[in-house]
Design a protein around this ligand. Sequence first.
Ligand code: DGJ
Length: 693
Amino acid sequence: MIFINEEKRIFNLRTENTEYVFGLDNENLIRHIYWGNKINNENDFEMDVLCEVSTNDPVYEITPEEYPVFGGLRYSENCLKVTFDDKTRDIVYKYDGYEVDGDLLVIKLKDVYYNFTINLNYKVMEKYDLIERFVTITNESDQSIVIEEVYSGQLHIPYENLTFRNTHGHWGAEQQMFKQNVSYGKITIENRKGVSGHNNNPYFILDKNATETSGEVFYGALRMSGNFKGVIEQTPYGETLVQMGINPYDFQFTLNPKESFTTPPLLCGYTDKGFEKMSHNLHNFAKENLLREGLRPVLYNSWEATEFNVTCEEQIKLAREAKKIGTELFVVDDGWFGQRNSIHNGLGDWYVNKEKFPKGLNPLIEEVKSLGMKFGIWVEPEMVNPLSKLYIDNPDWIYHFKTRERTTSRGQYVLNITKKEVKEFIYNMLDNLLSNYDIDYIKWDVNRPICEGGATNLGENERKMAFDHIQAVYDIVKELKKKHKNVLFEACASGGGRIDLGILGIFDDFWTSDNTDAYDRLFIQHTYSHIYPIKAMRAWVTDCPNFLSQRNIPLRFRFHSAMMGTLGIGGNILKWSDEDMKLAKDMVEEYKSIREIVQEGDFFRLENTSTNNYHLFEYTKDNEALLFAFLPQTQIGHRPVRVKLRNLDEKGMYEYKINGETMVKSGSYLMNYGVNIHLRGDYQSEIIRFDRR
Ligand code: DGJ
């Protein structure tokens, strides 16, 4: 709901439980007033007159502006920086009215001198307690304007000493959560690599002593892949501010006369009910608005089994084994095309390798289909190897500088897909692949960052490559999906390097990490779940010792860990024993019976109250709940854990089995007293199902 007090010039955005309020102040600045629990009385809000602390603390510095621009007596972080044609660099905006269109409020600002407008957009997502902020700038003049910085928004939190959370990490160790006390000085999180990274992730979580189920949390996630930046700053004036949007690093572009530019949306929310509620709001938004319907299939992927040594014969053997354990989708990974025998060749030459597939792909696809499975294939369309025919024929198609040596990484260059002909080539290549073969799933990989992208097709002084690159990826996939409606796309970037809310929905699945160690995955998945929905979290069961950790973990624990997301099998099942195959079959069958709850239910990170190192998670949907309990290593063998479940019907009676015994307890008992779990030994795990009678 949007309430506007015309007289006081105050705007009030109300969601189911929260309120976000701002208005026009006596200096004609758009000033933030309130973000917190719903107050329900829009007329209570006032716009106080702000006075400067001293001449050294100008009013522009202390005013919590919704969208501070570069100019005047502003020295802290700003959201918009431009150079007008006559080299004037300051923006001086005035309020130019508002528009409401359903749940969208647009605050119109206009430069007092230049024909340049800034529309601050606020979309109220009532049901999810979220507000989406984005900005549209328009050059209404006849001269061009250079844009150096344009963030999606600034947020104000009326506290000091908050705790900030985000991820650090690298390949094979994505989604490592860090938390940091916010004090004076700035915290910057960003990505500069062109594609999204394994390091920081485009979101912020700021809390005031919150737990999973209590405490205030302010959070936001950017709907963009690639180069983002977030700045978190505790100001000297008693608040914490956050800015997030396109990274101004190596960024600049010209807004030509009559052109507009819209920033990626920043989805933000508040709750006083802890991290759990934050995750549910974001998950529900993603599930209901971004993700396509339908349960995700159990897949088999051949990468860890064969790496580049893909052959038709062996893939058929793998497919037959995969079918035996109940796999529904068979995905051939890297190595099926061009002269792809290692990282050094093949990318760009998207024809089927004749030595590996003498009769083409069809014998494999036909076999997979006759086994009743879907078929998927790996591609890395944004890349090219220097030895490929594509590169030899089109050396100008990559990002490069004419006078500089071109930099390879993983033996490959990045195609400049902002060029029309390159973008068309990629679209056509994929369209042909999907039209010529019966393919249901594309795993789209990207295995290096972008560099030497300075001069793109935009013009010599333009620096918008990273932004335009990812838009081109989005365009290609959106276009392909119009024609090939049922094909699912998995976003992979050397593991989990492309996990963000920009790509989610355009792509359907995230490859979460190349780290398939079932123990490490508990942490990766835990952090992932703060922002991103479980349904998009691909998790494979692979071989032991794990290629990264060299750790041996029992197959049952490996399955349970992977069953926390969308299950895949990625080991060399040709080498699995009969006993392992039997267990795998049972596990896949069990997963199928619970996957609706896992993929579409509500997810809970439960508290471990034991000194023993339990990892506890719950999923609920309608009348059912699942408890996943893991004990990687016994520390104090005799310590059980009493787990209090969440989100059950207090009065409902739930039946569950524990240690072979069937129990029936009320929801209220299970949520307040809890259930005693006692795992013994190392790498022990259980999934317990609670059915409401
Ligand atoms: C990186 C991915 O994360 C892996 O799963 C695999 O597809 C390789 N690339 C293939 O080169």
